[in-house]
Design a protein around this ligand. Structure first.
Ligand SMILES: Cc1cc2nc3c(=O)[nH]c(=O)nc-3n(C[C@H](O)[C@H](O)[C@H](O)COP(=O)(O)O)c2cc1C
Length: 174
């Protein structure tokens, strides 16, 4: 089949401005819940677009972890391309591709680092936090991993610099 022949009719709904909530965050929440209820795969997945120093855009999927009038939150590895680019140019664009519902949301804004306490809270809530701390875990034996984990846990309780370390290794298990 030719790519140009792939098409379907988009008939599910129409966007009626009068029906939209005047608060975009309330509207977003309504549509996010609709995406969850429709059992879309990864309903919280969003495409994050950043630009490099030459103005070259790049994009990738990440998972939304929180949303409020304060902003849209995702967690990533601070050593990643997106984190590097955002540290130089915080302008960012998010895209929620809910196309099975014939719907998409695009968010324009500037990225900011979330407070350390929030990063820690999220990290500690993760079921796979050991592996996210050790992106290269396939290269170390179980015993070594155990020792490193204990060492890291000890640091965690006494040293807030640890947070930087956690951030640096976020995303390693995706
Ligand atoms: C469904 C899905 C969800 C993902 N969620 C995240 C995420 O929440 N955080 C993250 O850093 N990477 C996530 N990734 C991996 C990113 O898409 C990307 O490959 C990685 O972060 C490196 O991106 P960068 O080198 O452009 O910065 C996800 C990938 C997929 C396919």
């Amino acid at each position: 089949m030719k790519i140009a022949d792939i098409r379907r009719s988009y008939v599910k709904d129409k966007l009626d401005l009068d029906q939209l909530n005047p608060d975009p965050f309330v509207q977003f929440e309504t549509w996010l819940q609709a995406a969850i209820a429709a059992e879309l795969p990864d309903p919280t997945a969003m495409c994050v677009a950043t630009v490099d120093a030459n103005g070259q855009p790049s994009q990738r999927l990440v998972l939304l972890k929180d949303v409020s009038p304060a902003g849209f939150v995702f967690y990533t590895n601070l050593g990643s391309r997106k984190a590097n680019e955002l540290s130089i140019n915080p302008k960012v664009c998010l895209h929620f591709p809910w196309h099975p519902l014939e719907r998409q949301v695009i968010v324009y804004g500037e990225a900011q680092r979330v407070p350390t306490s929030q990063v820690l809270q999220y990290f500690l809530s993760r079921p796979k936090r050991v592996s996210s701390l050790h992106g290269l875990q396939s290269k170390v034996g179980r015993f070594q991993l155990g020792r490193r984990y204990c060492r890291n846990l000890r640091k965690l309780s006494i040293n807030l610099n640890m947070v930087k370390f956690l951030c640096l290794h976020f995303g390693a298990d995706f």
